[in-house]
Design a protein around this ligand. Structure first.
Ligand code: C5P
Length: 224
């Protein structure tokens, strides 16, 4: 059986994380959440008082920062910034917005490009992000673009945040998702868009299992 690289791109809240994780689990592949890398940089920048408009400050941070994924004893992926576990700091609304802002900068995308490609060099991995199929792994054999109605995406994100103890009004979550969509899909470098050879999937009325089954059917075909 061929070991493939599977890429899953799409806007915020489309269900990419759950679907990518489950796809990886069922294939016995590694799962790589590339949004965590942009979030990791955003966390460290914020800690150092560097905003997304301060390109010099960001360059200094990138020069001195090593981001690395590591598995914990449960097999869950943790993100280390210069060997400090920052996983629990990644999923706030503020970090989402800051990650989206810094991710528009070409220097930031370039900085993360080699790191991402290195993580994918052995194949047998599911990569989740915005530009996996278009820029980071244009040669990947199994590409997917996952979308859902904005209202449904906001509802899912709202639920996720609430489950993590962060009560934010649904309207605010929806507004922020729409801002991030616009940021991510209108930036000049590596904008969010489906690769020409990506399979488009709409998860609005589908369960996670239905989406994963649809992905696996395509992946298995490509493995033969
Ligand atoms: O996927 P997640 O919501 O964690 O990503 C956070 C932000 O990082 C996104 O809004 C996007 O701006 C950026 N990102 C990106 N390219 C990727 C993954 C994430 O620009 N491959």
């Amino acid at each position: 059986m061929k070991k493939l690289l599977v890429t899953i791109d799409g806007p915020a809240g489309a269900g990419k994380t759950t679907v990518s994780r489950e796809t990886a689990r069922r294939l016995g592949y590694a799962y790589v959440d590339t949004g965590a890398l942009y979030r990791g940089l955003a966390v460290v920048a914020a800690e150092n008082g560097v905003g997304p408009g301060d390109e010099k400050g960001l360059a200094r941070i990138m020069e001195n920062l090593t981001l690395k994924f590591e598995k914990d004893e449960k097999g869950d992926s943790r993100l280390l910034a210069n060997n400090r576990d920052i996983t629990d700091l990644l999923r706030t609304n503020e970090v989402s917005m800051l990650a989206s802002a810094v991710s528009a900068l070409p220097a930031v995308r370039q900085w993360l490009l080699d790191l991402q490609r290195n993580l994918g060099r052995d194949g047998a991995a599911v990569f989740e992000g915005r530009d996996m199929g278009t820029v980071v792994f244009p040669g990947a054999k199994a590409k997917f673009f996952l979308t859902a109605d904005p209202a449904v995406r906001a509802k899912r994100r709202h639920f996720e945040l609430a489950a993590a103890g962060r009560e934010i009004a649904y309207e605010k979550v929806l507004a922020d998702i729409l801002i991030r969509d616009t940021n991510d899909s209108t930036r000049a470098v590596a904008p969010l868009k489906p690769a020409k050879d990506a399979v488009l999937l709409d998860s609005t009325d589908k369960t996670v299992e239905e989406v994963v089954d649809a992905i696996l059917a395509v992946v298995r075909e490509k493995m033969e």
